[in-house]
Design a protein around this ligand. Structure first.
Ligand code: GDP
Length: 304
């Protein structure tokens, strides 16, 4: 139901258009698919993914000998889910890699303004609700106010924040974060990082230095590197994903502000074109407005 509420804008636009299309055409023909293609593209599903989807749909409709447009809706839902998971096992695509024993380190990356700090707060709260002991490391020492803002979210979530002064070395903050998390017997350390995209070389340097410090302490860490993207920026989010993928290993995406866009199809484009799974979606500004992503629930939220 959280999904349904959060997806109101996308549902109002995308699903209404699909329903209108189905009502307009009695028969499944070429024109029907052409219009469907346009609807999917306008929902930001991404041209590449739409082409693949339409091809799959046409084949399936032929195979099952479907004539009636009403039946096609079911097939669209099925194919949307299928295209999301591809060949992969759903469980491994969705779940966050958190160790049963010992400290798990999660690096959070992304451009300023996308909702990185909010997401860290929400994630800390959620993990804490699951019984995990969480510590935050204020690794964005570059942006003015970032440390204070993380502090506020730490307080809201009820978790400790390890911080240095603005302008200090992020790798040193993360190092201290690991030591503090260890001495507290914490399960998860969430590390904020600076979102400086203006200078890709600096971004890469900073992230690789931070990773080195983490790996020296815990060889298999970071256990996840989550890239935060703003769904309302559409195709720009895809280009950010490409840049970050070049700069560092990204294991999952958190897509924020999905509640604020009618173009929620971006979830499918990201997964399909970038081959990075969407692990969480942000569906509002409150601390509880973070949902683990599940393609079945997502598609059901749109059509159900
Ligand atoms: P940062 O600069 O990346 O750390 O971004 P912030 O965490 O400060 O968030 C920027 C703005 O986006 C704030 O006003 C947040 O309340 C808002 N925001 C973050 N996530 C969501 C979301 O999922 N939905 C909505 N509607 N707003 C969000």
């Amino acid at each position: 139901d959280k999904f349904k509420d959060g997806l109101t804008k996308t549902r109002d636009s995308f699903t209404t258009k699909v329903n209108d299309l189905i009502a307009k055409y009695r028969k499944v023909d070429e024109e029907f698919f052409e219009e469907l293609e346009e609807i999917l593209i306008s929902a930001d599903v991404g041209v590449e993914t739409v082409m693949e989807l339409i091809e799959e749909l046409e084949m399936e409709v032929k195979r099952r000998n479907i004539q009636d447009t009403e039946e096609v809706k079911e097939v669209i839902s099925e194919k949307l889910v299928e295209i999301y998971y591809g060949e992969d096992d759903e469980e491994t695509v969705e779940a966050l890699n958190i160790q049963k024993d010992g400290l798990s380190v999660i690096l959070i990356v992304g451009v300023n303004g996308v909702g990185k700090t909010t997401t860290i707060g929400k994630l800390a709260y959620q993990l804490k609700q699951e019984g995990k002991n969480v510590v935050l490391a204020a690794g964005d020492t570059f942006r003015a106010g970032a440390i204070d803002q993380l502090d506020v979210w730490g307080e809201r979530a009820g978790v400790d924040v390890i911080k240095h002064n603005e302008g200090s070395d992020p790798a040193a903050v993360i190092y201290d974060g690991i030591q503090a998390a260890r001495s507290r017997g914490a399960d998860v350390l969430l590390c904020d990082t600076a979102g400086r995209l203006q200078n890709k070389v600096n971004l890469m340097k900073e992230l690789s230095k931070v990773r080195k410090v983490i790996e020296r302490e815990i060889p298999e860490a970071p256990h996840e590197t989550l890239l935060v993207l703003d769904a309302t920026t559409g195709q720009n989010a895809i280009s950010q994903a490409k840049t970050f993928k070049e700069a560092t290993d990204v294991s999952g995406i958190v897509l924020t502000k999905l509640d604020g866009t009618a173009r929620g199809g971006i979830v499918l484009a990201i997964r399909n074109e970038m081959n990075i799974p969407v692990k969480y979606v942000g569906l509002g500004e409150q601390i509880t407005d973070l949902q683990p992503f599940n393609a079945h629930q997502f598609v059901y939220g749109l059509f159900g």
